[in-house]
Design a protein around this ligand. Structure first.
Ligand SMILES: [Zn+2]
Length: 495
């Protein structure tokens, strides 16, 4: 065990698996739908070389997608000259590619690392945007535990351009049809061939395959969708693609007032409308264990005469790139795996965070609640006592010193402030629009239910109350009752 991992484990939120297990929070979201996906039962596969035997109906795109590699990599490894000609029974060498590593997304060729010296005004966010590399990947490559503590002169290894899709502000997917080619698809969306090819890390001469999803890039003012039926006017999605365990937002406008409803991943969408009923915002929290893939987004606009217009678009949900860890529970904590111990408290929290407040209190990106190193990231897949990797860390842990202040990251109303058995001194803030944040294991709670909090206000002190192995703040964020990555809300403006 490395020193770094040891430090993280020293202050683990053992309690957090309990919300993850059984999907109780999801079941409490008012729609009663079961989770759409099964939990992962094994850790991410190590790098391997594999032989694939071509089956009827397969093409190189599907095979590449299945193994998390690229058409080009398979073609090169097997000396294929014509990637459209595969024989049933043909054996293909699948090259050694780490599936879905966040710094090597499928279809991209990472550049070689360069050395970068941090300048005044730099942050991991703007470096991430400039170099097209996820913040988590920069932090991991450089062993940065506290992204807030970048200092001028620090030397970082950065991989330039490892993720060309990071520069796409909005985007939709087009699923390639039987008679499609890149030229026709570009023309359909009023895009240049170069722009379409670049957004998908393809060459202009690349062959595309039926079933292959292509990102249709957009701009700040919305994607260049020309095939939305009236009364729909424009749809923008941010970020694109959506990711496991992260939040995405849809901004829609219509040409005339309508009532908008919809579903995605078997959940009814919560639609926020402005007074004109022509501009709409949808926030959606993707389950951390959702299977990566393509899911239909179904929207229905109903006008004042009761006429309905349907709009269905495929939306990609990408792998969240989460790490895995194995945890041995101390003997006196092993009852944390017992639902009888944990269920009632979990149900109580689920009830609170599944309420919906139509008013939006938050404005702009969230601040961080604790100026301390992050010791455990949201989303890490966890196996307890040698069991399956069917749990995940449901929040972000900060190694704040005992008694150090906890700040409200955004405006909101306190809806829970009490001592819980497992989570210790616990506070939940309602930020409106179905967004809640939770603060567990506090030494002291400095607010009470009904308090209106401002961003930056001290709401409590870091502690180790409840079932914690050491002082730390566990920070959790819920969107529509689903626990999502809180740090994304510090990077992206969802208001
Ligand atoms: Zn935690």
């Amino acid at each position: 065990m490395t020193a770094r991992l040891g430090r993280a484990l020293a202050a683990l939120c053992l309690v957090t698996l309990l919300v993850a297990s059984g999907g109780a929070v999801r079941a409490q979201d008012g729609q009663g739908t079961p989770p759409a996906t099964a939990p992962a039962t094994s850790p991410p596969a190590a790098n391997t070389t594999t032989i694939h035997v071509v089956q009827r109906g397969e093409n190189l795109f599907r095979i590449a997608q299945r193994y998390g590699t690229t058409i080009e990599a398979i073609a090169q490894a097997n000396g294929l000259r014509d990637v459209t000609q595969l024989q049933i029974g043909q054996r293909l060498l699948i090259p050694n590619v780490a599936p879905n590593a966040p710094d090597a997304p499928p279809g991209t060729v990472p550049g070689s690392p360069i050395e970068y010296v941090v300048q005044p005004g730099d942050s991991l966010l703007n470096l991430s945007l400039r170099y097209g590399t996820p913040i988590a990947a920069i932090a991991r490559q450089n062993n940065i535990v506290n992204p807030a503590r970048l200092y001028v002169g620090l030397s970082l290894a950065l991989k330039e351009g490892s993720n060309p899709q990071a520069e796409i502000k909005t985007g939709w997917l087009h699923v390639v049809q039987a008679d499609d080619n890149l030229y026709r698809i570009a023309a359909r969306y009023h895009l240049s061939m170069a722009r379409l090819a670049k957004a998908n890390n393809l060459k202009r001469t690349s062959v595309v395959f039926p079933g292959q999803p292509l990102v249709i890039p957009g701009g700040d003012d919305g994607p260049a969708l020309v095939d939305v039926p009236e009364p729909f006017a424009q749809i923008a999605m941010l970020p694109a693609p959506a990711e496991q365990g992260r939040t995405f937002t849809l901004h829609l406008s219509t040409q005339s007032p309508v009532r908008l409803t919809g579903t995605f991943m078997q959940r009814a969408l919560v639609v926020h409308s402005d007074e004109s009923r022509t501009h709409y915002t949808i926030l959606f929290g993707v389950n951390s264990f959702a299977d990566p893939g393509i899911y239909p987004l179904d929207l229905v606009a109903t006008d004042d005469q009761g006429r309905q217009t349907e709009l269905a678009r495929p939306v990609q949900v990408a792998d969240g790139g989460y790490a895995s860890e194995t945890i041995q529970l101390p003997p006196d904590q092993s009852d944390l795996l017992d639902p009888k111990v944990t269920g009632p408290e979990m149900d109580k929290i689920a009830r609170v965070v599944s309420n919906y407040t139509a008013q939006r209190y938050f404005d702009g990106p969230f601040g961080l609640p604790c100026p301390a190193p992050v010791t455990s990231q949201y989303g890490t897949r966890r196996s307890y006592d040698g069991g399956p990797y069917d749990q995940f860390h449901t929040g972000t842990d900060f190694a704040g010193a005992p008694g150090s202040p906890i700040y409200a990251p955004a405006a909101g109303v306190v809806v829970m402030a009490e001592r819980l058995h497992v989570r210790g001194n616990a506070t939940i803030i309602d930020h409106g629009w179905g967004v809640y944040t939770g603060y567990w294991h506090q030494a002291e709670i400095k607010v009470k239910v009904g308090d209106i909090v401002k961003p930056g206000q001290i709401i409590g002190l870091v502690g180790d109350t409840g079932r914690a192995t050491g002082p730390h703040l566990h920070w959790e964020l819920f969107v529509g009752g689903v626990q999502v990555d809180p740090l994304q809300w510090a990077r992206q403006n969802f208001s």
